[in-house]
Design a protein. Structure first.
Length: 131
C-alpha cells in the first residue's frame, strides 16, 4: 500500500515504490490544493498496476484480453487508464510521473464527485507535471 492509500497490486515495469509514493503523495496534495478541498477520502479503494506499454498479453495496450471491454479511440496512444468500475489505475513507466498524476486526478475526482473529464485531468497534468 502506498502512502496515499493506493494499493499496489502489480509492478512489472521497473518503477520504484519510492517513486510511486512520491508522485502519489504529491499528486494527492496538489489535487486538494487545485480544487480547494479538504481531505475527506483517500485512494485505498483504488488499486494500481504498473505494466509495460506494449500489445503483449495483460499489458497496457492489450485490447484482445485485458482491455477488451474498453472503448477508447486511438487506444495505441494511451500511457495510462483509470477504470472507475473496477477502481483500478493502470500506468506504464513511459512518462510515468505525468501519466500517474493524470490518472490520480481521475481517481480522486471520481471519489470527490467532481469533473473526471480529460480536459480537467490534462489541465492538472500541465500545471503540476509539464512545467
Amino acid at each position: 500500500k502506498l502512502d496515499c492509500g493506493l494499493v499496489l497490486v502489480e509492478n512489472r515495469d521497473e518503477v520504484s515504490v519510492q517513486a510511486l509514493n512520491d508522485v502519489c503523495t504529491f499528486s494527492f496534495s496538489k489535487f486538494l490544493e487545485h480544487n480547494n478541498l479538504k481531505k475527506k477520502a483517500d485512494l485505498e479503494t483504488f488499486s494500481l498496476s504498473v505494466i509495460p506499454r506494449n500489445y503483449n498479453y495483460r499489458n497496457l495496450l492489450d485490447k484482445k484480453y485485458r482491455f477488451y471491454e474498453v472503448s477508447i479511440d486511438n487506444w495505441w496512444s494511451i500511457y495510462g487508464y483509470t477504470s472507475f468500475t473496477n477502481r483500478h489505475i493502470f500506468i506504464s513507466s513511459n512518462d510515468f510521473k505525468a501519466t500517474f498524476g493524470h490518472e490520480i486526478y481521475h481517481a480522486l475526482s471520481y471519489l470527490y464527485g467532481i469533473d473526471v473529464g480529460e480536459e480537467a485531468a490534462y489541465e492538472f497534468e500541465k500545471k503540476y507535471f509539464r512545467k
